[in-house]
Ligand binder design. Structure first.
Ligand code: SAM
Length: 259
Protein backbone atom coordinates (compact mmCIF):
# COMPACT_ATOMS: atom_id res chain seq x y z
CA UNK A 1 0.00 0.00 0.00
CA UNK A 2 2.73 2.50 0.92
CA UNK A 3 4.53 1.64 -2.30
CA UNK A 4 1.47 2.81 -4.27
CA UNK A 5 0.83 5.86 -2.11
CA UNK A 6 4.46 7.08 -1.88
CA UNK A 7 4.42 9.73 -4.64
CA UNK A 8 1.32 11.38 -3.15
CA UNK A 9 2.02 10.70 0.50
CA UNK A 10 3.29 14.16 1.53
CA UNK A 11 0.48 15.98 -0.30
CA UNK A 12 -2.11 13.72 1.34
CA UNK A 13 -0.66 14.43 4.76
CA UNK A 14 -0.80 18.19 4.29
CA UNK A 15 -4.39 18.08 3.04
CA UNK A 16 -5.82 15.53 5.50
CA UNK A 17 -4.20 17.30 8.46
CA UNK A 18 -5.26 20.74 7.14
CA UNK A 19 -1.62 21.76 7.17
CA UNK A 20 -0.94 20.82 10.80
CA UNK A 21 1.19 17.69 10.43
CA UNK A 22 4.59 19.37 10.20
CA UNK A 23 3.81 21.32 13.39
CA UNK A 24 3.01 18.01 15.13
CA UNK A 25 6.34 16.61 13.96
CA UNK A 26 8.18 19.67 15.30
CA UNK A 27 6.40 19.29 18.65
CA UNK A 28 7.48 15.64 18.84
CA UNK A 29 11.10 16.48 18.08
CA UNK A 30 11.14 19.04 20.88
CA UNK A 31 10.82 16.07 23.27
CA UNK A 32 14.23 14.83 22.14
CA UNK A 33 17.01 16.28 24.23
CA UNK A 34 20.03 15.01 22.37
CA UNK A 35 23.62 16.16 22.41
CA UNK A 36 25.21 17.12 19.07
CA UNK A 37 26.46 14.03 17.25
CA UNK A 38 23.76 11.77 18.72
CA UNK A 39 22.67 8.85 16.56
CA UNK A 40 18.94 9.08 15.92
CA UNK A 41 16.80 6.30 14.46
CA UNK A 42 13.75 7.54 12.53
CA UNK A 43 11.78 4.30 12.37
CA UNK A 44 9.00 3.99 9.78
CA UNK A 45 10.59 7.13 8.37
CA UNK A 46 8.48 7.14 5.21
CA UNK A 47 9.40 10.12 3.06
CA UNK A 48 11.68 11.48 5.80
CA UNK A 49 9.55 14.39 7.01
CA UNK A 50 10.41 13.79 10.67
CA UNK A 51 14.15 13.22 10.25
CA UNK A 52 14.46 16.21 7.93
CA UNK A 53 13.13 18.48 10.68
CA UNK A 54 15.81 17.38 13.16
CA UNK A 55 18.30 20.07 14.18
CA UNK A 56 21.57 19.97 12.26
CA UNK A 57 24.45 18.30 14.07
CA UNK A 58 22.57 15.09 14.90
CA UNK A 59 23.14 11.87 12.95
CA UNK A 60 19.78 10.51 11.77
CA UNK A 61 19.23 7.18 10.03
CA UNK A 62 15.86 6.51 8.42
CA UNK A 63 14.49 2.98 8.39
CA UNK A 64 11.38 1.87 6.52
CA UNK A 65 9.90 -1.25 4.98
CA UNK A 66 8.94 0.47 1.73
CA UNK A 67 11.68 1.23 -0.81
CA UNK A 68 9.54 3.79 -2.68
CA UNK A 69 9.17 5.85 0.52
CA UNK A 70 12.92 5.65 1.15
CA UNK A 71 13.66 6.80 -2.39
CA UNK A 72 11.58 9.92 -1.84
CA UNK A 73 13.24 10.51 1.55
CA UNK A 74 16.66 10.27 -0.13
CA UNK A 75 15.68 12.74 -2.86
CA UNK A 76 14.34 15.21 -0.27
CA UNK A 77 17.51 14.85 1.83
CA UNK A 78 19.57 15.67 -1.24
CA UNK A 79 17.47 18.76 -1.89
CA UNK A 80 17.79 19.84 1.75
CA UNK A 81 21.54 19.12 1.63
CA UNK A 82 21.42 16.92 4.73
CA UNK A 83 22.76 13.42 5.27
CA UNK A 84 19.93 10.95 5.80
CA UNK A 85 21.06 7.38 5.19
CA UNK A 86 18.03 5.22 4.47
CA UNK A 87 17.90 1.59 5.52
CA UNK A 88 15.28 -0.82 4.18
CA UNK A 89 14.19 -2.86 7.15
CA UNK A 90 11.31 -4.34 9.10
CA UNK A 91 10.53 -2.92 12.53
CA UNK A 92 9.75 -6.49 13.60
CA UNK A 93 13.39 -7.41 13.07
CA UNK A 94 15.48 -4.27 12.95
CA UNK A 95 18.70 -4.56 10.96
CA UNK A 96 20.76 -2.77 13.61
CA UNK A 97 23.07 -3.84 16.38
CA UNK A 98 22.09 -3.70 20.06
CA UNK A 99 22.57 -0.20 21.60
CA UNK A 100 23.17 1.36 18.16
CA UNK A 101 21.21 4.60 18.74
CA UNK A 102 21.06 7.37 21.34
CA UNK A 103 17.40 8.11 20.53
CA UNK A 104 14.58 6.89 18.32
CA UNK A 105 11.54 8.61 16.85
CA UNK A 106 8.52 7.02 15.21
CA UNK A 107 6.09 9.31 13.40
CA UNK A 108 2.69 7.90 12.46
CA UNK A 109 4.31 4.50 12.04
CA UNK A 110 3.87 2.56 15.25
CA UNK A 111 0.17 1.81 14.64
CA UNK A 112 1.10 0.09 11.37
CA UNK A 113 3.17 -2.58 13.07
CA UNK A 114 1.65 -6.05 13.04
CA UNK A 115 2.95 -6.71 16.58
CA UNK A 116 3.29 -3.57 18.74
CA UNK A 117 5.07 -5.31 21.64
CA UNK A 118 7.60 -6.88 19.33
CA UNK A 119 8.26 -3.53 17.63
CA UNK A 120 8.80 -1.84 21.00
CA UNK A 121 11.10 -4.64 22.05
CA UNK A 122 13.18 -4.14 18.92
CA UNK A 123 13.38 -0.36 19.49
CA UNK A 124 14.42 -1.04 23.10
CA UNK A 125 17.14 -3.40 21.84
CA UNK A 126 18.72 -0.92 19.41
CA UNK A 127 18.61 2.00 21.88
CA UNK A 128 21.61 2.61 24.10
CA UNK A 129 20.86 2.50 27.87
CA UNK A 130 18.97 5.68 28.81
CA UNK A 131 18.21 6.40 25.14
CA UNK A 132 14.96 8.22 24.51
CA UNK A 133 12.05 7.02 22.40
CA UNK A 134 9.52 9.56 21.10
CA UNK A 135 6.36 8.36 19.37
CA UNK A 136 4.08 10.67 17.40
CA UNK A 137 0.83 8.94 16.56
CA UNK A 138 -2.85 9.47 15.94
CA UNK A 139 -4.93 8.98 19.04
CA UNK A 140 -8.54 8.99 20.26
CA UNK A 141 -9.82 12.11 22.02
CA UNK A 142 -10.71 11.60 25.69
CA UNK A 143 -13.60 14.08 25.59
CA UNK A 144 -16.74 12.16 24.59
CA UNK A 145 -18.19 14.79 22.25
CA UNK A 146 -14.88 15.34 20.48
CA UNK A 147 -14.44 11.58 20.24
CA UNK A 148 -17.80 11.23 18.48
CA UNK A 149 -16.94 14.02 16.05
CA UNK A 150 -13.53 12.53 15.41
CA UNK A 151 -15.05 9.11 14.71
CA UNK A 152 -17.47 10.68 12.24
CA UNK A 153 -14.66 12.61 10.52
CA UNK A 154 -12.62 9.41 10.18
CA UNK A 155 -15.52 7.29 8.92
CA UNK A 156 -17.32 9.76 6.70
CA UNK A 157 -14.81 12.32 5.47
CA UNK A 158 -11.31 10.87 5.48
CA UNK A 159 -11.76 7.91 3.09
CA UNK A 160 -13.48 10.09 0.46
CA UNK A 161 -10.99 12.94 0.83
CA UNK A 162 -8.09 10.52 0.61
CA UNK A 163 -9.54 8.90 -2.49
CA UNK A 164 -9.85 12.33 -4.07
CA UNK A 165 -6.28 13.34 -3.25
CA UNK A 166 -4.91 9.92 -4.16
CA UNK A 167 -6.76 9.99 -7.49
CA UNK A 168 -9.02 7.02 -6.90
CA UNK A 169 -6.74 4.87 -4.77
CA UNK A 170 -8.58 2.84 -2.16
CA UNK A 171 -5.79 2.05 0.28
CA UNK A 172 -6.46 5.02 2.50
CA UNK A 173 -9.42 3.24 4.08
CA UNK A 174 -6.61 1.84 6.16
CA UNK A 175 -6.19 5.21 7.87
CA UNK A 176 -9.53 5.14 9.67
CA UNK A 177 -9.28 1.40 10.41
CA UNK A 178 -5.78 1.64 11.85
CA UNK A 179 -6.60 4.70 13.98
CA UNK A 180 -9.84 3.26 15.34
CA UNK A 181 -8.26 -0.06 16.23
CA UNK A 182 -5.07 1.36 17.82
CA UNK A 183 -4.80 1.52 21.65
CA UNK A 184 -5.68 4.87 23.21
CA UNK A 185 -2.94 7.03 24.71
CA UNK A 186 -3.16 5.59 28.23
CA UNK A 187 -3.00 2.02 26.96
CA UNK A 188 -0.03 2.81 24.73
CA UNK A 189 1.78 4.37 27.72
CA UNK A 190 1.20 1.19 29.74
CA UNK A 191 2.46 -0.94 26.85
CA UNK A 192 5.61 1.18 26.72
CA UNK A 193 6.14 0.61 30.43
CA UNK A 194 5.63 -3.11 29.94
CA UNK A 195 8.23 -3.10 27.17
CA UNK A 196 10.88 -1.81 29.57
CA UNK A 197 10.67 1.94 28.97
CA UNK A 198 10.89 4.17 32.03
CA UNK A 199 9.77 7.76 32.71
CA UNK A 200 6.95 7.20 30.22
CA UNK A 201 4.74 10.23 29.60
CA UNK A 202 2.39 11.48 26.96
CA UNK A 203 0.48 14.54 25.90
CA UNK A 204 -2.27 15.16 23.41
CA UNK A 205 -2.34 17.62 20.53
CA UNK A 206 -5.10 18.67 18.16
CA UNK A 207 -8.02 18.11 20.57
CA UNK A 208 -6.69 14.69 21.47
CA UNK A 209 -6.57 13.34 17.92
CA UNK A 210 -2.77 13.13 18.05
CA UNK A 211 -0.49 12.09 20.92
CA UNK A 212 3.19 12.33 21.67
CA UNK A 213 4.58 9.59 23.93
CA UNK A 214 8.08 9.46 25.28
CA UNK A 215 10.11 7.13 27.45
CA UNK A 216 13.65 6.10 28.14
CA UNK A 217 15.22 2.74 27.66
CA UNK A 218 15.18 1.20 31.08
CA UNK A 219 16.10 -2.25 32.28
CA UNK A 220 14.61 -5.35 30.74
CA UNK A 221 13.47 -8.17 32.93
CA UNK A 222 14.25 -10.95 30.42
CA UNK A 223 17.69 -11.56 28.89
CA UNK A 224 18.09 -10.17 25.40
CA UNK A 225 18.67 -12.26 22.28
CA UNK A 226 21.74 -11.45 20.22
CA UNK A 227 21.30 -8.92 17.37
CA UNK A 228 19.66 -10.55 14.35
CA UNK A 229 21.64 -11.59 11.32
CA UNK A 230 21.10 -9.74 8.06
CA UNK A 231 19.49 -11.72 5.27
CA UNK A 232 22.79 -12.84 3.76
CA UNK A 233 24.02 -13.94 7.14
CA UNK A 234 26.20 -10.89 7.75
CA UNK A 235 26.15 -9.69 11.37
CA UNK A 236 24.79 -6.19 11.97
CA UNK A 237 27.40 -3.51 12.49
CA UNK A 238 27.74 -0.85 15.14
CA UNK A 239 29.75 1.92 13.46
CA UNK A 240 26.79 3.99 12.23
CA UNK A 241 24.05 1.77 13.55
CA UNK A 242 23.49 0.34 10.09
CA UNK A 243 23.57 -3.07 8.56
CA UNK A 244 25.81 -3.12 5.55
CA UNK A 245 24.00 -6.09 4.06
CA UNK A 246 20.54 -4.62 4.46
CA UNK A 247 21.35 -1.05 3.55
CA UNK A 248 19.15 0.16 0.75
CA UNK A 249 20.98 1.42 -2.29
CA UNK A 250 19.49 4.93 -2.14
CA UNK A 251 21.35 5.46 1.13
CA UNK A 252 24.65 5.52 -0.71
CA UNK A 253 23.57 8.26 -3.09
CA UNK A 254 21.94 10.20 -0.26
CA UNK A 255 25.04 10.03 1.90
CA UNK A 256 27.37 10.85 -1.00
CA UNK A 257 25.42 13.83 -2.22
CA UNK A 258 24.84 15.33 1.19
CA UNK A 259 27.97 14.50 3.15
C1 SAM B 1 2.08 6.63 7.82
S1 SAM B 1 3.73 6.41 7.25
C2 SAM B 1 4.66 7.49 8.31
C3 SAM B 1 5.85 8.11 7.61
C4 SAM B 1 6.60 9.20 8.35
N1 SAM B 1 7.21 8.72 9.58
C5 SAM B 1 5.78 10.42 8.62
O1 SAM B 1 5.98 11.05 9.66
O2 SAM B 1 4.99 10.80 7.77
C6 SAM B 1 4.10 4.81 7.90
C7 SAM B 1 5.37 4.22 7.36
O3 SAM B 1 5.61 3.02 8.10
C8 SAM B 1 6.24 2.10 7.22
N2 SAM B 1 6.09 0.76 7.80
C9 SAM B 1 4.95 0.06 7.92
N3 SAM B 1 5.20 -1.14 8.50
C10 SAM B 1 6.54 -1.16 8.75
C11 SAM B 1 7.41 -2.12 9.33
N4 SAM B 1 6.95 -3.30 9.76
N5 SAM B 1 8.72 -1.82 9.42
C12 SAM B 1 9.20 -0.63 8.97
N6 SAM B 1 8.42 0.30 8.41
C13 SAM B 1 7.10 0.04 8.30
C14 SAM B 1 5.53 2.31 5.90
O4 SAM B 1 6.29 1.84 4.81
C15 SAM B 1 5.35 3.83 5.89
O5 SAM B 1 6.37 4.47 5.20
Amino acid sequence: MFEAVAPRYDRMNRILSVGLDQGWRRAALRELDCAPGSRILDLCCGTGDLALLLPRGLRPVGCDLTPAMLEIAAAKATRHRVALPGVAGDAMRLPFANDAFDAAVVGFGIRNLPDLERGLDEIHRVLAPGGKLVILEFSRPENRAVRLGHGAWLRLAVPGLARLVASGGEPYDYLKDSILSFPDAGALARTLGGAGFSAVSYRHLALGTVAIHSGRRGRRTAPRDPAPEAENGQRTTTARGETEAARFSVSRSAARSTA
